[in-house]
Ligand binder design. Structure first.
Ligand SMILES: [Zn+2]
Length: 85
């Protein structure tokens, strides 16, 4: 399966000094009273379990949440702007 990934590095330095590798995670959150899950969000995770989101990712998540909320979706896919229920 292929997902669109924003143009940012695959590796990242963590605050704890370890190297963070890109991974995908489902993020569940609440937006204006509606529970919304975003699937396959690219994150950085280091060996000590710290998780970091890039600035671009955080911006896109806000857009996705707004999109999901306006369209009454409970699940959105980060890479696709589509949904499945
Ligand atoms: Zn770390």
């Amino acid at each position: 399966m292929e997902y669109y990934i924003d143009d940012f590095p695959r590796k990242h330095g963590c605050v704890c000094g370890s190297k963070s590798n890109m991974a995908f995670k489902d993020i569940s959150t609440n937006y204006s009273g509606q529970s919304i899950m975003i699937k396959n969000v690219p994150i950085y995770k280091c060996d000590n379990g710290h998780i970091k989101l890039s600035r671009i990712t955080r911006v896109k998540i806000r857009e996705l949440l707004k999109y999901a909320w306006e369209n009454d979706l409970t699940i959105v896919y980060y890479g696709e702007y589509k949904y499945k229920i």
